[in-house]
Design a protein. Structure first.
Length: 175
């Protein structure tokens, strides 16, 4: 954060896009497994947002990258991931209220669905078809589609939006 301010003079936009997941049945998940996911997905996002909010000015934007699994159930056993991403949505609402009122900083979240990534490209066609069966658009998102929503939320075009979560999941969370 300090390096960004030193180099650019200010911080206008933060995209909190860190995330880890572990596919472990909830009945076998150990406390340290659960905690390690929370450390990155929730606590890391919060501490970075807090640091940026200290130096951001009016009109700045924080965008938390949650997941459709913060909105709906998963087909895989990933309780820690789903809990962390749901908590990140909650963590978007409260600071949005505090920081918008006091500092003019907007805080929003996006909840992407399946996106073209290395993980998706390594899935079998059967697995991908099963996952996409609940997606209204029947396909994965491109990175550009996710980036476009981030650019919108970072821009003045969304100047009256704060505390919101935008599902970018092809209609999956609408089922």
């Amino acid at each position: 954060m300090d390096a960004a301010v030193e180099r650019f003079g200010r911080v206008d936009v933060l995209v909190n896009n860190a995330g880890v997941s572990q596919v472990i049945p909830a009945s076998r998940e150990r406390p340290e497994d659960f905690s390690s996911v929370m450390e990155v997905n929730l606590f890391g996002a919060y501490w970075v947002a807090q640091a940026c909010a200290r130096v951001m000015g009016a009109g700045s934007s924080i965008i938390n990258v949650s997941s459709m699994l913060g909105l709906i159930k998963s087909q895989l056993p990933e309780a820690a991931y789903a809990a962390s991403k749901a908590a990140l949505i909650g963590l978007t609402r409260d600071p949005s209220n505090q920081w918008a009122a006091r500092k003019g900083i907007r805080v929003n979240a996006i909840a992407p669905g399946f996106v073209e990534t290395d993980v998706i490209s390594e899935m079998s066609a059967e697995s991908l078809d099963r996952f996409l069966s609940g997606c209204s658009l029947g396909r994965v998102a491109t990175r550009r589609e996710i980036e476009a929503v981030m650019v919108f939320l970072a821009s003045h075009a969304s100047s009256y939006i704060t505390g919101s979560t935008v599902a970018v999941d092809g209609g999956t969370s609408g089922h």
